[in-house]
Design a protein around this ligand. Structure first.
Ligand SMILES: Cc1ncc(COP(=O)(O)O)c(C=O)c1O
Length: 356
């Protein structure tokens, strides 16, 4: 198999393809992986040994510094099968750029954008048959980087590994979600790592999320760590509201992940003529809107979740049921546009689609 890229990527093809065991009609999220993976190593100050290999377990020293001190960052994007069978990705250069922002914050090696992009292209070329075509499905792509020094002692690692793996996946949330506004625990604080896609951020969120699940919620909406007064984002998605006819979302701060979907939705909705406000939104204003009926739509936006309708918001001891999803106008329209553009069904008027 030859893959055309501008970088030298060594390809070792699997002798044991699992493609015939992959059932498109039974797709969960992130449980099955395609046949290959892309790997590159940062050693002696240089990214080298770019390769595609059969998907396999890693061998690591128990002294690996990522395990002990947590230098681990990742990205998430999707590949879609277009209507003519072409392989389409959505704004992957934004993921490459965000990965480097995360790398800088976590004191890790930056990755030249062409290694990210060429690695992605090579993997998608060799594993394109793993892109499912049933409605709502896609190939979820997980680029990630972690420390590779085998030394105990807190300091930045000198060596790193960058990898890309891929997982054919169905919808992340299949039904509208019930969310709880968290007013005790925090995911991120000013000066912390919230704006980086760092593995530790997700670990820190697990315990409060578990408590929320025990109370019957799917997800948390985080509030600012200082006063728990302002809405920030959800665990795996940014959150948006239609409040008094305007689209409102939190501004990008050091505590919010700058979502690719968030950026796209803001541009899209503004292009439709709606007023878009990136501003601090207090919990009080949101709850007031839920009570008065000014809050007509609430939804999460993210690569994995796409557009996840929020059906109810829990705050302190109360639960606010929001208007029925069928009555919503803007978020279903966003969902449809995003689905159609990602699958090449409508014109790519914003130049977001990269065909592999
Ligand atoms: C914490 C958090 N916020 C927001 C998002 C949405 O970002 P994107 O639209 O780039 O997937 C994600 C998903 O990656 C996330 O993990």
């Amino acid at each position: 198999m030859s893959v055309t890229t501008s970088l030298e990527i060594k390809i070792t093809q699997t002798q044991n393809s699992k493609l015939d065991t992959f059932n498109q009609n039974e797709l969960a999220f992130g449980k099955v992986f395609s046949d290959h993976m892309f790997v590159a190593d940062f050693v002696n100050g240089k990214w080298q040994d770019l390769r595609i290999e059969p998907f396999a377990d890693l061998v690591m020293s128990p002294a690996n510094s990522m395990i002990h001190y947590g230098q681990s960052i990742f990205e998430g994007l999707k590949a879609y099968k277009g209507i003519n069978g072409e392989v389409l990705t959505f704004r992957p250069e934004m993921n490459a750029a965000r990965m480097n922002e995360s790398a800088i914050r976590m004191c890790m090696a930056e990755l030249p954008q062409d290694i990210f992009m060429e690695g992605l292209k090579a993997l998608l070329t060799i594993d394109k048959d793993w892109i499912p075509s049933v409605p709502g499905s896609s190939l979820y792509i997980r680029p990630f980087m972690f420390a590779m020094d085998n030394v105990l002692g807190v300091r930045p690692s000198e060596s790193y590994r960058f990898m890309i793996i891929a997982s054919p996946s169905g919808a992340y949330y299949s039904e509208p979600v019930r969310v709880k506004i968290e007013n005790h625990f925090s995911r991120a604080c000013a000066g912390g790592t919230g704006a980086a896609k760092a593995a530790g951020n997700y670990a820190a969120a697990l315990y409060p999320s578990k408590l929320a699940k025990e109370q019957g919620f799917h997800q948390l909406i985080w509030t600012d760590a200082k006063e728990h007064k302002y809405i920030e984002e959800a665990g795996t998605m940014n959150v948006m509201f239609m409040l008094d006819g305007k689209l409102v979302t939190s501004p990008l701060t050091a505590t919010i992940l700058p979502g690719v979907t968030r950026d796209s939705v803001l541009k899209l909705v503004a292009s439709w003529g709606y007023e878009v406000e990136e501003r601090r939104l207090s919990v009080d204003e949101l709850i007031e809107g839920a009570k008065s009926g000014k809050l007509t739509e609430a939804f999460g936006v993210g690569t994995a979740a796409t557009i996840a309708q929020i059906s109810a918001i829990g705050y302190e001891d109360e639960i606010f049921e929001l208007p029925a999803v069928e009555s919503r106008e803007v978020s279903p329209r966003i969902f449809q546009f995003m689905e159609d553009v990602k699958r090449g069904k409508i014109a790519d008027e914003f130049g977001w689609i990269m065909e592999i």
